[in-house]
Design a protein around this ligand. Structure first.
Ligand code: ADP
Ligand code: MG
Length: 269
């Protein structure tokens, strides 16, 4: 007999932020991009999806965000945040900062609040807070062309934080940045996660970045992306630069790398 469909309240009664069951995605072109994928992400967890280019990572995030519909299976997201006060359950950060070039930093960050019809007074306070959270309080009046790549990404992060989502989805946000900037943003993202208690699902193709950031690394197979294996990265907190050069970090990276290579062919070693 078919399993009864679960309603949104069912996931809200659990400690899960996201629950995927047998989720698949077939695009109009006939390409099966994803799945079947089963994934549970606990509230407050920091999880990375790691896999080769084209394996369906962005597709998985878009399905979780509700930007695309699954072809099969069930996508459930907890909805603690009320939309009524301009909050949104999910914030999305894309690989490209996708800022409006003609608008100031402040106006770029305002966009989701405008779409949610938040009043100007309330919006102003929230924008200030989001800019302070990403270290850009001084740059509210600047324009995207005046900013470095790292700062543009901070604006994009502020725009995702301004609606105070419970869940942050980040799609290879730092892939285009130089290493020093990427390391700094990695640390700042960890600080934000610790301070704000958000659930974070972070997509990357970097073993090193996934191990540095997450509590759990999920290694995906080549397309259609499924879960190949997963690793808990349990370390003493808070992590900082000393973790990056530790023997423990190197050991985790070796272990995850060893899983990533066979994941391409889908064969376990
Ligand atoms: P990743 O983010 O891991 O690189 P994607 O989720 O972007 O992978 O893509 C997975 C597969 O689905 C790729 O083969 C890609 O070409 C295909 N794909 C992605 N988006 C679309 C789309 N809108 N229409 C058709 N095919 C798509
Ligand atoms: Mg992608």
């Amino acid at each position: 007999m078919a399993e009864p469909a679960l309603s949104e309240t069912d996931i809200d009664a659990t400690d899960l932020a996201v629950r995927l069951r047998a989720v698949t995605k077939v695009y109009d072109t006939g390409i099966t991009a994803l799945g079947p994928l089963d994934l549970d992400v606990a509230k407050g967890e920091f999880v990375s999806l790691l896999g080769p280019s084209g394996c369906g990572k962005s597709t998985a995030l878009r399905l979780i965000a509700g930007l695309a519909a699954p072809s099969g299976g069930r996508v459930e997201v907890s909805h603690r945040a009320s939309k009524a006060d301009g909050r949104h359950p999910i914030g999305f950060v894309f690989q490209e900062p996708t800022l409006m070039p003609w608008a100031s930093v402040r106006e770029n960050v305002r966009l989701p609040l405008k779409l949610a019809h938040v009043t100007d007074d309330d919006a102003g306070r929230r924008i200030d807070q989001a800019l302070a959270q990403v270290g850009l309080a001084e740059f509210a009046g600047a324009y995207p062309r005046e900013l470095s790549g790292g700062m543009k990404m901070r604006v994009s992060l502020a725009r995702a934080l301004v609606t105070d989502p419970d869940i942050l989805l980040l799609d290879e946000p730092f892939a285009a940045l130089d290493e020093i900037t990427r390391f700094r943003l990695n640390n700042d993202l960890l600080d934000l996660w610790r301070a704000l208690h958000k659930t974070i699902i972070f997509v990357t193709h970097s073993v090193f970045e996934s191990v540095y950031l997450s509590q759990r690394v999920i290694v995906m197979t080549a397309r259609p992306g499924r879960i190949f294996s997963e690793f808990g990265i349990m370390t003493s907190e808070p992590r900082g630069e000393e973790f990056r050069t530790s023997a423990e970090y190197a050991a985790h990276c070796r272990e995850v790398s060893a899983a990533l290579a066979p994941s391409y062919s889908g064969q376990r070693t």
